[in-house]
Design a protein around this ligand. Structure first.
Ligand SMILES: [Zn+2]
Length: 140
């Protein structure tokens, strides 16, 4: 474990919805990492609600689309020499491919295995995506 306050260089994933930190931690396979990582849960944020934070003492490749889909409200801070070099606010991606699957049994993606599952964001607030082929709506 690394200290909660400081990180020399690496990544801090902040403003994760309380309880979702473990999901993102597992998605990034941080339990198998050979560098220091920390999952800090139920931190009281400035708005007086609870959040989770993940600290990674290493620079790793992050799939911002996938992270945005897991939790659109998170902020990713890239840390260099103990200061924030870049702050990235995530949001739901406009288009996702082979992440969500169409549930419509008559959809081409359900029939033909080679067809990629492509979805387009239709409602940011509700997290609704529309299938490119059959217009089926899926909520994430
Ligand atoms: Zn479909």
């Amino acid at each position: 474990m690394i200290t909660i306050n400081s990180i020399k260089s690496g990544i801090v994933i902040d403003h994760i919805k309380a309880g979702h930190g473990i999901k993102i931690y597992n998605y990034l396979n941080l339990q198998d990492a050979d560098f220091p990582t920390a999952l800090i849960m139920n931190v009281t944020s400035t708005k007086n609600d609870k959040k989770d934070i993940i600290k990674i003492e290493n620079v790793i490749d992050l799939d911002f689309k996938m992270l945005g889909l897991l939790d659109p409200n998170i902020t990713v801070n890239i840390i260099e020499n103990e200061s924030i070099k870049e702050k990235k606010k995530l949001s739901l991606p406009e288009r996702v491919e082979n992440v969500i699957k169409c549930k419509n049994p008559r959809c081409i993606t359900s029939i033909e295995k080679y067809v990629p599952h492509i979805f387009h964001l239709v409602d940011k607030e509700k997290g609704e995506y529309r299938c490119e082929y059959c217009d089926e709506i899926v909520t994430v």
